[in-house]
Design a protein around this ligand. Structure first.
Ligand SMILES: Cc1cc2nc3c(=O)[nH]c(=O)nc-3n(C[C@H](O)[C@H](O)[C@H](O)COP(=O)(O)OP(=O)(O)OC[C@H]3O[C@@H](n4cnc5c(N)ncnc54)[C@H](O)[C@@H]3O)c2cc1C
Length: 334
């Protein structure tokens, strides 16, 4: 027999839990990644009681930074030398332990290569289907996500007891990194196992230019540049505009630039105020990564190139002639 008081308590507690959300923080070791602010903004839309999980080694500074983000009620910290490199297997175990303790209604992370390794693992352990790259939240069980390289939008209702979600950064304004005063506490203790994987090394591309996914202006180059040397013109154009640099997969595959610049279905998704495509044809896989940009400009010698169908401003011209003219023009107006 259930006593009314127990019933009330259970109903109250489960209602509370249903609204509670765990956001998995992504950080560089020095700072919180912007995509985590987008994920917190999405969690705010769920109207939830938001906790953020920070994993890593010596992450006190990150935890403090996170506690100041608007809307964050609690920061749960798993600080362990074994979490230094945040291997997805280990982070997934910490998330599962936190969920077992707190029974969240949703677990959210920004859609990035960091979360792509983690959220499906958590799904496997909890036997729940993750919902990837949502762009809209209709209620706490109904979401929109793009399919077929952004050519169709699916509205999904999830019956899962815990919603495992990754959030497309470009679709949610970043939560303010001030105004919050979340309580910081330790994550539940969990033995960090190696799972047969160890971290070996990492190569980071260093650049002083604005980061591609958060830049207000992006200049992107494609196969039209024909060589790595010619691709330097893209960097010059970007520097004149204080812009981030992007590229098509054809440019990356041809070795003109590193693959972290790739924009598209298998690269990064961007939505800057201004996206300038130079020598890019506009294949659907590229367009999937930039079509939500506010203003799109295309420069291409082929007036039939598909990119002109989505460009707000198009210039049928040779990039090797047009870009230097643009750069001079920008310098003259400064
Ligand atoms: C599963 C899958 C995933 C993919 N993912 C991605 C992705 O994430 N991102 C991506 O970009 N692609 C992706 N692709 C590849 C995509 O299909 C295209 O092959 C690629 O985007 C083409 O790149 P591009 O426009 O630079 O090259 P091209 O299609 O060769 O276009 C080059 C353009 O440059 C123009 N041009 C040439 N010379 C000049 C000049 N001097 N001045 C001006 N214009 C000039 C030409 O007219 C042409 O339009 C993917 C493909 C597959 C199958």
């Amino acid at each position: 027999m259930i006593f009314p008081r127990t019933l009330f308590k259970t109903a109250f507690t489960s209602g509370y839990r249903y609204n509670s959300t765990l956001v998995v923080a992504e950080h560089s070791g020095d700072a919180l990644s912007k995509i985590t602010l987008n994920a917190i903004a999405a969690a705010n839309k769920l109207g939830s009681d938001i906790s953020v999980l920070v994993t890593g080694s010596n992450v006190k500074k990150i935890a403090e930074e996170t506690s100041k983000v608007n809307g964050v009620k609690k920061v749960i910290v798993a600080d362990d030398p074994k979490l230094k490199d945040q291997l997805p297997e280990c982070v997934a175990d910490v998330i599962v332990a936190a969920h077992k303790q707190n029974n969240y209604g949703s677990i959210i992370a920004g859609a990035s290569s960091f979360s792509r390794g983690i959220i499906p693992r958590v799904g496997g352990i909890l036997d729940v289907s993750p919902i990837s790259e949502i762009t809209e939240i209709h209620s706490n069980d109904t979401f929109t996500r793009p399919m077929y390289a952004g050519n169709a939008m699916a509205k999904i209702k999830s019956k899962a007891p815990v919603k495992l979600i990754t959030v497309r950064g470009a679709a949610f304004e970043a939560a303010s990194n001030t105004g919050g005063s979340g309580a910081i506490e330790d994550a539940p203790k969990v033995e960090i196992k190696e799972h047969g994987a160890t971290f070996v090394s990492k190569e980071i591309v260093k650049s002083d230019r604005p980061e591609l996914t958060s830049a207000k202006i992006v200049v992107s180059g494609g196969r039209g540049f024909k060589s790595k040397e010619n691709f330097e013109l893209v960097y010059k154009f970007a520097d004149a505009l204080n812009a981030g640099v992007g590229a098509s997969r054809a440019a990356v595959d041809a070795g003109f630039c590193p693959n972290d610049l790739q924009v598209g279905q298998t690269g990064k998704i961007v939505n800057p105020s201004l996206y300038i495509c130079c020598g890019i044809s506009g294949a659907i896989q590229h367009v999937a990564g930039m079509k939500d940009s506010k203003v799109i400009v295309a420069i291409n010698t082929d007036k039939e190139a598909p990119i002109f169908q989505i460009a707000d401003y198009g210039l049928v011209a040779d990039i090797f002639k047009a870009i230097p003219e643009f750069i001079d023009e920008v310098k003259n107006t400064k």
